[in-house]
Ligand binder design. Structure first.
Ligand SMILES: [Zn+2]
Length: 275
């Protein structure tokens, strides 16, 4: 499943292809949305915003198209009207003179006015977005200490999108490693300084991943290993996917465990169970 940085990258690619120019055609497969086709055709897309796994395509006239990919939805950017050969169903398409943005298989598509986006039931229950440059570590520090989250284990808390929006499996392990917190402990098990470290990492790790092609490891370590011919999976992350290999900080073998069927990784020395 893609996580915040990968979803934002995909939205950037869509924006680059079709935004800020008049659309030549807007297509909806669902009959109840088809009345909007003529209205949106000719309008430019002004931006594509991301809310966790939801995308909101803003049109200059003030209408937005909300789409959530769920498990099967897939966006493709193609040259205009150059449809791929696929068995998937085309559900939403934005055509411009040179490029087409095509959404296949998604079933969760709505048209709504821009002012209603933040009240959409899915978007409304999301926590702060880890890629939102206006969110500060101080806000995350207060947030992680709030009653609803304080006594929950980090393993479950970090995958709850109402806590932080955009964190998935790899970011969970990486944020906790950089914070030096044990995955099965809870916010209440740590002091304010330790939680402040978490608040910093919760924003810094995803934002580095977004800017540096998914790399959450120290950039100098990663560059050095790459230069020495190591495959990407060996240098991309601090701990994620590295069970049995040595921790980049202390050399201890990284441990892999599972919760709710989903794997996580940690260093038992850098992230001790005792505090
Ligand atoms: Zn370590």
């Amino acid at each position: 499943m893609p996580e915040g940085p990968e979803i934002r990258k995909a939205a950037d690619k869509l924006e680059k292809a079709i935004a800020h120019q008049p659309t030549t055609e807007v297509f909806f497969a669902f009959e109840h949305l088809q009345p909007y086709q003529d209205q949106l055709t000719g309008q430019a897309v002004t931006q594509i915003s991301t809310y966790g796994k939801a995308l909101v395509t803003h049109f200059e006239g003030g209408l937005c198209v909300y789409s959530h990919n769920q498990l099967y939805g897939k966006w493709m950017v193609r040259n205009a009207y150059n449809y791929p050969s696929t068995n998937r169903q085309l559900r939403f398409a934005i055509h411009t003179e040179r490029k087409s943005a095509l959404l296949y298989s998604a079933s969760d598509i709505e048209v709504l006015p821009a002012v209603a986006v933040l009240e959409h039931p899915f978007i409304q229950r999301l926590g702060p977005d880890i890629l939102d440059a206006t969110v500060t570590p101080a806000e995350i520090l207060e947030w992680v200490q709030s009653k609803v989250f304080y006594r929950r284990r980090f393993t479950t808390l970090l995958l709850d999108q109402s806590f932080l929006c955009g964190v998935g499996n790899y970011l969970r392990s990486e944020i906790l490693f950089v914070s030096r917190l044990h995955p099965t402990h809870r916010p209440t098990d740590y002091d304010r300084d330790q939680l402040a470290r978490f608040a910093d990492a919760a924003l810094a790790v995803p934002q580095q991943s977004y800017r540096h092609g998914g790399i959450t490891n120290d950039l100098a370590i990663a560059a050095d290993l790459k230069k020495r011919g190591m495959p990407r999976r060996h240098y991309r992350h601090w701990v994620f996917g590295r069970d049995g290999q040595g921790c980049f900080v202390c050399g201890t073998a990284i441990i892999k465990d599972r919760t709710g069927g989903r794997r996580y990784y940690y260093c038992p020395t850098c992230q001790p169970a005792e505090r």
